[in-house]
Structure formats: structure tokens, C-alpha cells
Design a protein around this ligand. Structure first.
Ligand code: 3PG
Length: 391
């Protein structure tokens, strides 16, 4: 795979796939510009090298038709503000008018194409749609790590049409940190997995089970482990159909000498949105009418000690239902533990990222991925189509 610095960009139209899929509030204002900020170094390098950047991205999922609330207009405004340069939003992402804008782009200006998913051809990886996009540029730069798990036209069909192509700086950084954590880790390697459902993380668990030295489990997915070991989980969420798989996994981790950490206590409550009824109980004493909604204080302390001695820590998924502050202490406790850990800290996944930003400690982590689904797909050991197409 080539990287941005390997390309000769002077005077060339550079077609860039970025992931500018950022959250908006009800007034269509960007509420978290992180993905835009993380993309700017790529854009600045291209501009400084004399390239003419034509940026494309999806935004939400309008399902192949024009949906005005999913226009990239607010993103164009944010980019302009952060970049301090003119950013023109094209009326569409393909067509003769867009081609004219791309060919007449002035030095130092940026063209942002309208939402790729306004066309059905994007998610279908339609060859004709890909060919129309590809006509806009002379070289291609893939920087949309957070979309790399989607085999869409702009991610696969377009780069396949280019001889001259490279990974952008964000894509490069994402892959470097992931490799440092998972493929060449300083040991012990501690992987923390949380989130609601073990079914959505099982493939990742199996993949990391022969790499990690310690695995820490939190969130409702821990419930299935405990239920499989005969613990009564009350009204907690768990997945009975996966209990035998979980027991197999526990056995294989034991044989390999990988330490598995499960909650020893929980914060329970009657419902996700309940207020004033949360309390800590030992894992063996979950009342039959209660749900486990966060790891308890003893578990938080145990997990903190487990991460302290790790040289590499990779984390995906919260420890509890942290959107309700009564069930947030476990997740926030882990964040605190990682901010003072001596090991390399690499975090991925939208919820974990949101919790870290909520605590304003993002700068205390070595790397926070911009990817959710893409990060998980890497954890599963998959080759991502959007990365394969750059090779
Ligand atoms: C994300 O937000 O995870 C990426 O932008 C991918 O979005 P998608 O899940 O709609 O494909």
C-alpha cells in the first residue's frame, strides 16, 4: 500500500474518500467535529503539495434518494471554519456540473461533493456510478477508515479504477496504532470488551482469544458468561443460546493461559432509565426483579488493577448503560484507569469514544479510533474492503 507522501500531487485533481459522517443537532449544526478535525491533516498535506482536493463522503443513510436534512452543507461550513479556506459544496457528487466544478477548481480551494448515499449506486458498488466518480480525479486517496468495512462504490469500485492511489494520513495512523496494539504488542496485552450483546462481539472475542494475555469483559455481554456458569441474572439482558459457545471459549482461554476477568459485583436497577434505585450487589445476589446495568465498585477496582500491569491496552465497548449517570461509574472508572495506565492505550467504537469525550480526557489516550463498525471488523481479524482496494 502506498501512503500519501509517496504520491506526486502537484497540479493534480486528488479525489479523496473521507468519512465526514458526524452528528448534528436539531438545528443541523455539527455537535462533534472530531472526524472532520482528524481528516484535516490529509487535506492540508494535499493542499501544501499543490494538489486540488475533491472530497467525497457519505452522511447518514438516506437510502439512495435525496434527503435535504442529510446534505453535507453543515459539514462544508464546519470544514471552512476549521480549515480557514474556501470550501465549495457541489450540488451533487456526479454529473456534468460537478465535473465542471472539479476541472475548474482554483489552486488552494477545496471541493466537497454532496452526500454519496443520495445515489443507490454507492451502497451497491454500481460500476457505472463508480466510473462517474472516478472521472473527477487523477489520483485517489482513501482516508475513510470508519467506512472501510463497507464494500461501497467510493470505497472499492472507485479506487480500483486508479493506478495512482494511496492511504491518507488518518487511514495510515489508524492502521499503525491497530497493528501496534494487536499484531506487534508489547506484552502483556490486555483487551477490554464491553457492550450490550455478546453476539455482536463473539467473532472479535474468538479472534483475540489467541492473541491477548488478559481479556476483561464488561457491559451486558458479561451477563451471558455469568449465566453460563450458573449464576442467576434476574431480569438482566443475556443471550441463552450462546451459553455453550461462551463455555467453550472460557475453556480455550484457560488452556492457553489467558486470564479472563468477569464482574464480581454489579450495579443493579429495575430499568435502563430508572432514577434513584441503583445499588451495588455481589454477582451471586442479583435480585430476581432487577437488571445488572453496570459493573460494581469491586469489579471496577479489580479491572483497574488488571490494566495497571499491562503494556498494551485495547478497549472497545462500555462497561454499563453509561447514558444514565447512575450506571456510568464502571465505564468512567475504566476511563480513569486507562488515563493513568503506563501501557499503550488504543480505543475504538462510538460508545467508548463518546464516554471518553464526555469526560474531556481524549488527549490522555495514545489513540482513539474514528471507527465503530470498522474497528470491530479489524478486531474480528477481517480484511476490510476499503483497505484491500488501496493495496
Ligand atoms: C460510521 O459512522 O460508523 C461510519 O460512518 C459508517 O456508517 P454506516 O454504518 O452508515 O455505514
Amino acid at each position: 500500500m502506498k501512503f500519501l507522501r509517496d504520491l506526486d500531487l502537484r497540479g493534480k485533481r486528488v479525489l479523496i474518500r473521507a468519512d465526514l459522517n458526524v452528528p448534528l443537532d436539531d438545528n443541523l449544526q455539527v455537535t462533534d467535529a472530531n472526524r472532520i478535525k482528524e481528516f484535516l491533516p490529509t487535506l492540508e498535506l494535499i493542499l501544501n503539495a499543490g494538489g486540488k482536493p475533491i472530497v467525497m463522503s457519505h452522511f447518514g443513510d438516506p437510502g439512495g434518494k435525496v434527503e435535504p436534512t442529510l446534505s453535507l452543507k453543515p459539514v462544508a461550513a464546519k470544514m471552512k471554519e476549521l480549515l480557514n479556506r474556501e470550501v465549495t459544496l457541489a450540488p451533487d457528487c456526479i454529473g456534468s456540473e460537478v465535473e465542471k466544478l472539479a476541472h475548474s477548481l482554483a489552486d488552494g480551494a477545496v471541493l466537497l461533493l454532496e452526500n454519496l448515499r443520495f445515489h443507490k449506486g454507492e451502497s451497491k458498488n454500481d460500476p457505472e456510478f463508480a466510473a462517474q466518480l472516478a472521472r473527477l480525479g487523477e489520483v485517489f486517496v482513501g482516508d475513510a477508515f470508519a467506512t472501510a468495512h463497507r464494500a461501497h462504490a467510493s470505497m472499492v469500485g472507485v479506487p480500483q479504477r486508479f493506478q495512482e492511489k494511496a492511504a491518507g494520513l488518518l487511514m495510515q495512523r489508524e492502521l499503525e496504532y491497530f497493528n501496534r496494539a494487536m499484531h506487534e504488542p508489547k506484552r502483556p496485552l490486555c483487551v477490554i470488551l464491553g457492550g450490550a450483546k455478546i453476539s455482536s462481539k463473539l467473532a472479535a472475542l474468538i479472534n483475540i482469544s489467541d492473541k491477548a494475555d488478559k481479556i476483561i469483559i464488561g457491559g451486558a455481554m458479561a451477563n451471558t458468561f455469568l449465566a453460563a456458569q450458573g449464576i442467576q441474572m434476574g431480569r438482566s439482558l443475556y443471550e441463552p443460546e450462546l451459553q455453550s459457545k461462551v463455555l467453550e471459549l472460557v475453556e480455550s482461554l484457560r488452556k492457553r493461559g489467558c486470564h479472563l476477568y468477569l464482574p464480581v459485583d454489579f450495579i443493579v436497577g429495575p430499568a435502563l432509565n430508572s432514577v434513584g434505585q441503583a445499588r451495588a450487589v455481589p454477582a451471586q445476589e442479583i435480585p430476581s426483579d432487577m437488571m445488572a446495568l453496570d459493573i460494581g465498585p469491586a469489579t471496577t477496582m479489580l479491572y483497574k488493577e488488571a490494566v495497571e500491569s499491562a503494556e498494551t491496552i485495547l478497549w472497545n465497548g462500555p462497561m454499563g448503560a453509561f447514558e444514565n449517570e447512575e450506571y456510568a461509574k464502571g465505564t468512567f472508572g475504566m476511563i480513569e484507569a486507562l488515563t493513568s495506565a503506563k501501557g499503550l492505550t488504543v480505543v475504538g467504537g462510538g460508545d467508548t469514544d463518546a464516554a471518553i469525550h464526555h469526560m474531556h480526557v481524549a488527549d490522555k489516550f495514545d489513540y482513539i479510533s474514528t471507527g465503530g463498525g470498522a474497528f470491530l471488523a479489524l478486531l474480528e481479524g477481517k480484511t476490510l474492503p476499503g483497505i484491500g482496494a488501496l493495496e
